[in-house]
Design a protein around this ligand. Structure first.
Ligand code: GH3
Ligand code: MG
Ligand code: MG
Ligand code: MG
Length: 312
């Protein structure tokens, strides 16, 4: 296959994947209602190259981790006004926060309490008397493993894009944000036209390569903050933020035409392909199910109107 990906697109793509799996510094949420103690630990972790946010009001844990991604939560166990175990329980009640590592930092010696802390959602327990190198190493190991696991759970193996479930969750989050901020977003569904023919004519491995190339091209085309998912076999989905369907139409129309110009090498013959796209805006939809149904309806129209087109 003549790989049509420009260097800039490739860099963009690697960054897209790299956000999850690379040498990026660990982002840490330090939860402790003692501002002095938390500031001391934050300084130490920052000196070790980590990005640290401090939460002194543990009861704000859910809005905090809903709004910002953290690799790991480091939490004091005994806090003057709350109990770390109670906070861990609250975190673990949320399906989307099941996998974030929680490490308790405490001078608690009582084995029964340590056990309880693990039972209710803590992953590790590190003594405040432990040496700081041990703390830093533990955090780095936890973060690395969590990143790998998260990518296995959330990403599609062929393209590296977000999978169907994770993409839906992202749209769900965006719906919540829209309710608070009034910002608009769009969802686009993209389906390769007559893709079955590709497999039948050129073979399944070439079909797979086409899908990888389409995935990379999409990531390179949209904004860095937009989200690209693999929705099904040869169906992709875009979450385009802070924009209207009218503005998105031009971007996707240009992409449609760009993609139609890509020459794939079927060895010995070359071939090209087209895509159909359906777009829906959050402004006319009450919930996630509705915006997907709208985008699907538009995609269906694009297919019925002869394919190779974008429909709003
Ligand atoms: P339409 O224009 O109506 O979308 O026709 P189509 O042939 O693209 O649609 P259809 O749903 O009939 O076929 C989709 C094909 O995509 C069938 C399936 O074998 C193929 N496919 C799905 N996932 C993969 C994959 O991961 N790799 C490859 N090579 N093929 C896949
Ligand atoms: Mg304390
Ligand atoms: Mg198709
Ligand atoms: Mg399809």
């Amino acid at each position: 296959i003549a790989d049509p990906i420009e260097q800039a697109e490739l860099v963009h793509w690697l960054e897209h994947l790299g956000g999850q799996l690379s040498e990026q510094p660990a982002s840490i949420l330090l939860v402790d209602d003692d501002p002095v103690a938390s500031a001391v630990y934050a300084e130490i972790l920052r000196a070790n190259g980590m990005i640290v946010s401090i939460l002194n009001d543990p009861l704000k844990i859910i809005p905090t981790i809903n709004g910002t991604f953290f690799d790991i939560i480091i939490m004091d166990l005994k806090m003057p006004h709350t109990d770390g175990i109670e906070i861990a329980k609250i975190i673990r009640q949320h399906k989307s926060h099941l996998s974030i590592p929680i490490v308790f930092l405490s001078s608690e010696e009582d084995k029964a309490i340590q056990m309880r802390a693990r039972q209710f959602g803590g992953d590790d327990f590190i003594s405040k008397r432990a040496d700081l190198d041990a703390l830093v190493m533990l955090i780095n190991l936890r973060v690395e493993r969590a990143r790998v696991l998260r990518s296995l759970i959330e990403r599609d193996g062929l393209t590296g894009l977000l999978n169907h479930r994770r993409f839906n969750e992202r749209v769900e989050q965006e719906m919540d944000r829209v309710r608070r901020t009034g910002m608009q977003f769009c969802v686009a569904m993209i389906d390769v036209d007559h893709f079955k023919n590709v497999n039948d004519t050129w073979g399944h491995p070439i079909g797979d390569q086409v899908l990888s190339i389409l995935a990379r091209a999409l990531v390179g085309w949209v904004r860095k903050t937009d989200v690209v998912g693999r929705y099904g076999g040869e169906e992709f989905a875009l979450l385009l933020l802070d924009t209207s369907p009218e503005a998105v139409f031009d971007v996707l129309e240009n992409f449609r035409s760009h993609f139609a110009g890509i020459i794939f090498d079927g060895r010995p013959q070359q071939f090209s392909l087209t895509i159909s796209i359906g777009v829906a805006g959050s402004d006319v939809c009450q919930n996630t199910a509705e915006i997907f149904a709208e985008a699907d309806r538009a995609l269906y129209l694009a297919k019925n109107n002869g394919r190779n087109q974008v429909v709003l």
